[in-house]
Design a protein around this ligand. Structure first.
Ligand code: FES
Length: 110
């Protein structure tokens, strides 16, 4: 099996928005920042499991829609005084397609 799985086109992810990829280990949110950078995190806020894919993207961060924790898209870490980490998924872009690391797609979320 390939180490990377094609999950869709870069153009299918709205700028300042996200697209959810369903995976055996749990949903993954692929975000696109205003500068076009893509990030992938488990679609589960480290606070109480809120859907980060429905949060607001700003800079390289997303604000959780439930209680407004700000999560770094680069690291998955909560910012400011909050502590916790949304699992980050390795992502590559090749020929306009988004590739996610197969091992983390298939691994069960902790
Ligand atoms: S569940 Fe995300 S801030 Fe509470």
């Amino acid at each position: 099996m390939s180490e990377w799985i094609d999950v869709g086109a870069v153009d299918d992810v709205p700028t300042l928005g996200s697209r959810v990829v369903q995976a055996p280990g749990g949903d993954i949110a692929v975000f696109k920042a205003a500068d076009g950078t893509l990030f992938a995190l488990r679609d589960r806020c480290p606070h109480k499991g809120g859907p980060l894919s429905q949060g607001m993207v700003h800079g390289h961060s997303v604000t959780c829609p439930l209680h407004n924790w700000v999560i770094s898209l680069k690291t998955g870490e909560a910012q400011g005084a909050d502590h916790g980490c949304a699992h980050k998924i390795p992502l590559r872009v090749e020929g306009g397609r988004i590739l996610l690391a197969a091992s983390t797609l298939l691994a069960r979320a902790a």
